[in-house]
Design a protein around this ligand. Structure first.
Ligand SMILES: [Zn+2]
Length: 409
């Protein structure tokens, strides 16, 4: 029998936390889990974590950016920071973000005196307010109140007004940003969302690098005209032009993989104007998401992407407009913190291979300010952002034990 002061990470408690949070969903009982940031389902999930932490004497506070900070009161000196997010993509899975919140919560239960602050970042996914990692970017000073005001949810409410009941307060933003000296470092535990660990039958991995991301908005201008009377040789069809570009971008990404493995390019959203059955498409807009572990490849690739678009426009006498919407460079995780994680895993006898993260996380936003690393938990078949997303609780326990051991030291 385990007593209430057990310092052992308990699988049953973690299992229960995952199940309880999964039940807080906008679309329950339909398939998958939907917790838009600042929605009633998100609020209930946050309240559950706060209540559980209160059982071991920890108290919670919202910062003016909508993030939740949970710790034991009255502790002097710097503390560890660990956490992730509870917002989800529409019809997402049970583990993305949630795993990284319940793990440090379990550490707090086992080591109530641990120098640890649990954080729940707001709007990590970017599917509620159309841009990801808003809470962490606000807290670290990368986004101002005037920026946050631009992002709106599907009800038309902007981040500042929708977040007001959860502490979002522009008047406090300048004075309550992250103070790095308050923290020893940041460890984010997250499911891998790839198949590297699962394929090898390994429970946990240590992230030593997060890939960079550049995003663009591209508009291709041709001429809309009658689909019946305009001969093929007389057309300036923006969609046919865009189609050639999209296929070319796929080839380019494969070529760039020779320079830097795991380089990827995605055209995920396409708008066609006038989008009518019998009209030649006059304008096409698309988004372009370009990621690589190498900044050199991102810079060189950006030039090649522009050349490719220009080439297709020249061929068809189309015009184009190009707008960069985001630049996040690849980031190395802190070598000393990675070393500490490896040592902790070694003491526990848990194999801890090094992996890189193709997905972005709040850890990428924190890394320039705090020594940061991430622990990945194996994802079954690499499936994520999907109702079938699954990680074994026993693997999550292994990762939580490493986190606890790092903090204990
Ligand atoms: Zn996530």
């Amino acid at each position: 029998m385990q007593d209430s002061h057990s310092t052992e990470i308990q699988e049953s408690r973690i299992q229960r936390d995952i199940e309880r949070i999964a039940a807080f969903s906008e679309c329950a009982p339909c398939v998958g889990h939907s917790r838009p940031t600042f929605s009633p389902a998100w609020e209930k999930a946050v309240a559950y974590i706060i209540q559980e932490a209160a059982l071991v004497g920890a108290v919670a506070a919202f910062d003016p950016f909508g993030n939740v900070h949970i710790r034991r009161p009255g502790r002097a000196g710097s503390v560890w920071l660990s956490g992730s997010h509870l917002d989800s993509v529409p019809t997402g899975g049970r583990f993305d973000g949630v795993a990284g919140v319940v793990a440090p919560l379990e550490v707090l239960r086992c080591q109530p005196q641990a120098p640890l602050e649990v954080i729940v970042f707001a709007e990590e996914e970017g599917t509620t307010f159309q841009r990801g990692m808003l809470g962490s970017q606000g807290w670290t000073g990368g986004l101002l109140a005037s920026d946050l005001e631009q992002y709106k949810n599907s009800n038309g409410a902007n981040y500042l007004s929708a977040g007001r009941p959860f502490g979002v307060d522009p008047t406090r933003m300048d004075s309550e940003k992250l103070v790095p000296s308050n923290y020893c470092g940041f460890v984010e535990l997250h499911i891998e969302q790839g198949n590297f660990l699962w394929k090898r039958g390994m429970a946990v991995g240590l992230v030593d690098r997060i890939h960079g991301r550049r995003q663009y908005h591209v508009r291709i201008e041709g001429t809309a005209n009658h689909a019946g009377s305009t001969r093929m040789e007389d057309r300036r069809d923006a969609l046919v032009g865009a189609a050639g570009m999209i296929e070319g971008l796929e080839q380019l990404a494969k070529k760039l993989c020779n320079q830097a493995e795991h380089t990827v390019i995605t055209v995920g959203r396409l708008k066609v104007f006038p989008n009518a059955l019998n009209v030649i498409p006059g304008t096409v807009e698309f988004t372009l998401d370009f990621r690589s572990p190498s900044d050199t490849t991102l810079s060189a690739g950006e030039e090649q992407i522009k050349e490719l678009i220009e080439h297709h426009c020249d061929r068809r006498q189309l015009a184009y407009h190009w707008h960069q919407t985001e630049v996040i460079p690849p980031l190395n995780m802190d070598p000393e913190l990675c070393h500490q994680a490896s040592e902790a895993a070694h003491r526990l006898g848990i194999p801890l291979p090094r992996v890189s993260s193709g997905a972005l996380h709040d850890a990428a936003i924190l890394a320039p300010f705090l020594p940061t690393t991430m622990l990945f938990v194996a994802s079954r078949d690499g499936i994520s952002h999907h109702p079938e997303e699954y990680s074994q609780i026993s693997d999550l326990v292994q990762a939580t034990r490493i986190l606890a051991e790092m903090i204990r030291r």
